[in-house]
Design a protein around this ligand. Sequence first.
Ligand SMILES: O=C(O)CCC(=O)C(=O)O
Ligand SMILES: [Fe+2]
Length: 351
Amino acid sequence: MAETAPLLNKNLFEPNSFTFLDQPNDSFLINHHQAATADNTFAASDDEVIPTIDYCMLFSDDQDQQFKALKYLGQVCEEYGFFYLVNHNISYHVFEDIFKGISDFFDPTTLEERVVYEKKSHTDRMRWGLRSSSGENREYLKVIAHPHPHFPSKPSNFSEILEEYFKEMREIELGLARAVSKTLGFEECYIEKALNLKSGFDVSSMNLYPPNYKSKGRIGVPEHTDPGFCVTLVQDVNGGLQVLSHQGKWINVYLPRNAILVQLGDHLEILTNGKYKSHIHRVIVDNNQMKRISVATLHGPSLDTFVSPAPEFVDEEDHPPAYLAMTYKESLEANGGDEIDVQSSMEKIRL
Ligand SMILES: O=C(O)CCC(=O)C(=O)O
Ligand SMILES: [Fe+2]
């Protein structure tokens, strides 16, 4: 990728504490390299580097450092659309607690209890599902995390754990919105206002792979992009999530210790008329050998926000509007799904 991204200096902001996970005992993350099989259909590269953004430097009091950090973030948003976020100051126990809570929620012996969260209506505020087919293999719980959170009452303390986790992730989201606005040359409140993030619609998908150890194929989640401003994602085990670079190469996501994977969403792409694009990713499961939990939180505009390419990114000659305008709610439902499905509908929005 370095050849196609000459501007990026990947070492610029890697903090001293940054290490890839060569010390499994030190972290909830262990590296699970996909077992080598004769089937290379889902092979991805371990050599490509996913850029690392240091959150604190984006807000550094040292103006020069902040300027460099923002410049790098702008390049990463434009050339990649995904990055590892480190130095975000979220306490380690927040991650440990949520993985423990989700693991308990997905306890194989309490499967019948979760059925109460199965799809009931298109207005569900929580939804559980177990997919075990050639096209999708995961057990999931989706919850609305903002503005009106809905969390399960069991296991005990789970709702408090989720509340704390989502509070921290929203801070990160709003901080990133400020930083990304500046990379575009705007005031720091630009994205927050344009997408009404204060009352933004956030849905979190907590996923277990393979679903109760019974996958029926290698696809955990098929290729897709996600709607919204951005996605924050953490996982308890490395291996399975793959992102597609803008150059068309699949890359394995190996999250550094305590890092968060940030992926730009469809609605930032629409707002910037294609300058900062969302990107395709997928999850591969490995023959039922390894249990993996992920938490993917989609941070969206408020449901009634009308999102269209902003005038600053449009000029009729060189950059005509490349996307249709619609409310966030309309875009979530454009494929016939429900709000809580948070399905991308970019194929309908792209002109
Ligand atoms: O589980 C993962 O690693 C990714 C899940 C995902 O992409 C999603 O829920 O949108
Ligand atoms: Fe996703």
